[in-house]
Design a protein around this ligand. Structure first.
Ligand SMILES: [Mg+2]
Length: 372
């Protein structure tokens, strides 16, 4: 056998090994296999080259770090981490965090005292706040008791649901016509279709849609993501009309990096879209300056409370995207933000509640207090 033949045989075997590593990975083509394929670039068939090209596109400097950062960010706020962190013994740091973000139930009298003489306006996130985080995002139902509590709250205070979901989807979960709905992280806002007694202002149809021109591109990226992520078991892409969610809830943690890498590669082709991280979710949305905080300001304005000192907004949410609303309240010095969390997190919220059942208790107490 000539040296050339030996080299060719060796190359063939290395290609085989690299592809085998790739194929044996239960997530999808692994990064482990890619350098091996790259090193063999000159010997690859046309289709293999195309595959490599596609994987390498956008694989510039720092891409691995970017994916790691997204995953770390998701992990830090994921429910699986809650269990492990919650079991950590009480520390000075934890005590200090609780001191700065006390329970809204324990501080209920203080909160109501602060709101005296002002109009309370309620803002409620949906997932993880009114409903538990469940494996299948399509089955994130709220309990009947929670729905009754929200309905009662809305009888006394203007109430809005502010969610990353599409407005129509979150309405299907909540099914209360008397509420305001801000879907797609506040990019799609609609007023109540059922008028209650409090001071309603403005028309009750669609109030605001911030990103209409992005609808075609969001739809296109949705289709691309469906295709690119279908090889990752458990991956789910949700079209929220003005934004997209890639859910990691049912994906084995070993496959998170592979799935995040696919999302990054797709996103590289669409510079007018940006990515944010949440609880076991990566979210893709337009680069416009609009978020849950802007939605809160817009709704207050729609209700006639722009620059008013007679309003006391209460925003309850559990995720990073809710921090934009907490910041608006903190900076304006009006109302309060309540973070739903069992563990300490960096937050601009003033108070905490542990989980949706505590949110329900808090809503009940607000109703009882109003009735006194
Ligand atoms: Mg949430």
């Amino acid at each position: 056998m000539t040296n050339q033949n030996v080299v060719a045989a060796d190359v063939k075997s290395r290609i085989g090994m690299a592809i085998a590593v790739a194929m044996s990975n239960s997530c999808m083509l692994s990064r482990q296999a890619v350098p091996e394929l790259a090193a063999l670039g000159g010997f690859l068939s046309m289709s293999q080259k195309k595959l490599l090209k596609r994987i390498e596109n956008g694989g510039g400097r720092g891409s691995g770090a970017k994916v790691s950062a997204w995953i770390d960010s998701m992990r830090s706020s994921s429910p699986t981490r809650v269990k492990s962190t919650a079991s950590i013994p009480e520390t000075h740091e934890k005590d200090s965090w609780i001191l700065h973000h006390p329970s809204a139930l324990n501080q209920f009298e203080k909160i109501t005292q602060e709101s005296k003489g002002k109009q309370i306006v309620m803002f409620l996130d949906y997932d993880g706040t009114l409903s538990p985080i469940v494996a299948d995002p399509d089955r994130a139902f709220m309990t009947k008791k929670m729905r009754a509590a929200v309905k009662d709250v809305a009888r006394h205070y203007p109430t809005a649901i502010v969610s990353g979901r599409s407005r129509s989807k979150v309405y299907k979960f909540v099914r209360l016509a008397e509420l305001y709905y801000a879907g797609s992280h506040g990019m799609d806002i609609k007023g109540p279709t059922k008028i209650l007694n409090y001071n309603e202002v403005g028309n009750q149809g669609v109030l605001f849609q911030a990103a209409n021109e992005f609808l075609p591109v969001i739809d296109e990226v949705y289709k691309v993501l469906l295709k690119k992520t279908k090889s990752v078991p458990g991956a789910k892409v949700e079209n929220n009309k003005f934004c997209l969610s890639v859910h990691f809830r049912c994906v084995d943690e070993k496959c998170w990096a592979a799935l995040a890498e696919q999302v990054r590669l797709v996103l590289n082709e669409y510079p007018k879209l940006r990515l944010t991280q949440g609880r076991k979710v990566l979210e893709i949305r337009p680069t416009i300056k609009w978020d849950k905080g802007k939605a809160l300001e817009y709704l207050l304005e729609s209700l006639g409370y722009a620059n008013s000192s007679d309003v006391f907004p209460i925003y309850i949410g559990d995720d990073r995207t809710d921090e934009d609303a907490f910041k608006v309240l903190k900076n304006s010095g009006q109302g309060i933000g309540i973070l739903v969390s069992k563990v300490q997190k960096e937050t601009s919220a003033s108070y905490t509640l542990q989980d949706p059942s505590e949110v329900e208790q808090f809503l009940r107490r607000l109703v009882e207090w109003k009735g006194l």
